[in-house]
Write a protein that binds this ligand. Structure first.
Ligand code: PRP
Ligand code: ADE
Length: 180
């Protein structure tokens, strides 16, 4: 069973394309969209993510994901769990009362926002994204969840760039499928 999981993970790894010096010199860009171009591999990936969430000891009550590539996986996991999906978006995209947090990227700066009343206080939240680099985005996302009084049970990531040590910025447990 363990071997089967590691074989599936290697299948996914073999479908991630890498682009040197994109979008800036020195950045090795990991492109998740090359996985989505292969429906069978995309399906294997979604299946692994959903099974992992089912195996967590705490019941996930809300799934959030980061704009934009986190949206490829977050809603699929939320549907599988039959819990609400709540987006965390880049600045200026969400209507109504919002909470904001700014952060630095591997190649820039940005602000993330969540709708203030989208998750009740005390709720157990899963945070999903495609990639963990410096950890700036996820740490801003976790601050947003904390600021609205909810709890990040886990950050679930498809790809982790371990040399950037983003995991060390995060208080919540981090689970990643592919480590680079
Ligand atoms: O760990 P960090 O250094 O914060 O970097 C990781 C983030 O960077 C990418 O998103 P990006 O902001 O490029 O937006 P996109 O998903 O819309 O392309 C990626 O999808 C993560 O969200
Ligand atoms: N190296 C990288 N590849 C893809 N997305 C990223 N986001 C931040 N760093 C990245």
């Amino acid at each position: 069973m363990a071997t089967e999981l590691s074989e599936k993970i290697e299948l996914i790894r073999n479908h991630v394309q890498s682009f040197p010096d994109f979008p800036k010199p020195g950045v090795l860009f990991k492109d998740i969209f090359s996985v989505l171009r292969e429906p069978k591999v995309f399906s294997v990936l979604c299946d692994i993510l959903c099974k992992h969430v089912k195996s967590l000891p705490s019941k996930i009550e809300y799934v959030t994901a980061l704009d934009s590539r986190g949206f490829l996986f977050g809603p699929i996991i939320a549907l599988d769990q039959q819990v609400p999906f709540v987006p965390i978006r880049k600045k200026g995209k969400l209507p109504g009362d919002i909470c904001s947090a700014s952060y630095k990227l591997e190649y820039g700066e940005d602000t993330l926002e969540i709708q203030a009343n989208s998750i009740p206080k005390g709720a157990n939240v899963l945070v999903v994204d495609d990639l963990l680099a410096t950890g700036g985005s996820l740490s801003a996302a976790c601050s947003l969840i904390e600021s609205i009084g909810a709890k990040t049970v886990e950050c679930l990531i498809v790809m982790e760039l371990t040399s950037l040590k983003g995991r060390e910025k995060l208080k919540a447990p981090v689970h990643s499928l592919l480590k680079y």
